[in-house]
Design a protein around this ligand. Sequence first.
Ligand SMILES: Nc1ncnc2c1ncn2[C@@H]1O[C@H](COP(=O)(O)OP(=O)(O)OP(=O)(O)O)[C@@H](O)[C@H]1O
Ligand SMILES: [Mg+2]
Length: 345
Amino acid sequence: MFNEFIVNNISSSIFVTDTDLKILYANPTAEHFFRLSVRRLKELSFDQLFKYNTLDIARVTLAIEQNQSFTDAEVSTVTIDDQHGKFEVSVSPIYHEAKTYVLIELRAIDQIQRINQESFVQSQLHASRDLIRGLAHEIKNPLGGIRGAAQILDRMVSDDDLKECTQMIMEQSDRLRNLVDRLLGPNKLPQRMNTNIHRILEQVRQVLEMEADTNIEVYRDYDPSIPDFEMDAEQLHQVFLNITRNAMQAMQGQGKISLITRIISGHMIHGQHYKLVAVIKIIDTGPGIPDEIRDTLFYPMVTSKAEGSGLGLSIAQTLIQQHHGRIDCESWPGHTEFTVYLPIE
Ligand SMILES: Nc1ncnc2c1ncn2[C@@H]1O[C@H](COP(=O)(O)OP(=O)(O)OP(=O)(O)O)[C@@H](O)[C@H]1O
Ligand SMILES: [Mg+2]
């Protein structure tokens, strides 16, 4: 009785399944979260609860086979009734009366954990960015020398073949220099002026519509109560253009982009509390962020495109941080959502 009382009051969702993950038991929290009765839950297998989840099922199977438990600290899920959630998931094989069962526990990742993870990701990101910046710096100086020398040579030779070589060295050095400059990131501080965020979004939309295929619908839902506030319009233009252009490219000529703005009060960004925050969401209906780059999405030089430099989002993040804001991304097949939080100071 007492055991049952405890299990019924636990705040995480608990399932017991057989080794094929068919549900045999679910606690009330699970019923409540999935909005399904135990009876209905027992007709399903665990993976049928989700439209989408990032839990590695091969890993689960392996854990069951090897009789070892494992925990995934961050699993994104979308339930069959479209609720989106983030969980820490533990899977433990248990042995009872000569049979193996699987105990699955889903703990919702709360605010504090989310903030901890965020700061961990932040520090990793800083480290990798510093590394790349350092490297870029080291490349830049000798590169200047190479280009200068090629230029001198170019003036000295008159033979066409040789001139072609010196031209080639100069062109390629310029290309590299361009890349190195982008790697070094924005080199000026924001020039802040009172601006309307929707004006920037509208400019971005116009650029997009010029570039875009006609089959892409741009949907707008702006919150007119967002006041003008101090920002560097040019930098934010670049941020939103990078994000929306990625969305366009991902959708490959078919789909919908939504630009949504809201104002929220009392919100934490990087450990700081702000009274008013503008929230800008850019949502597309493309295939979603490829799994292999999900965790490193904002790192420089992470790309899935043959021609991509992988700098768009890294630059966007640097610029948003200069505005004391934050970018989040949530994505599953058919839905990719970038959210930019900008404090209205
Ligand atoms: N809306 C999206 N849908 C699907 N994948 C996306 C989306 N936005 C970004 N990505 C993925 O993230 C990667 C990194 O994006 P990022 O803008 O940083 O670089 P890039 O677009 O590849 O190159 P660059 O922007 O420098 O030309 C992309 O290559 C793509 O795989
Ligand atoms: Mg890009």
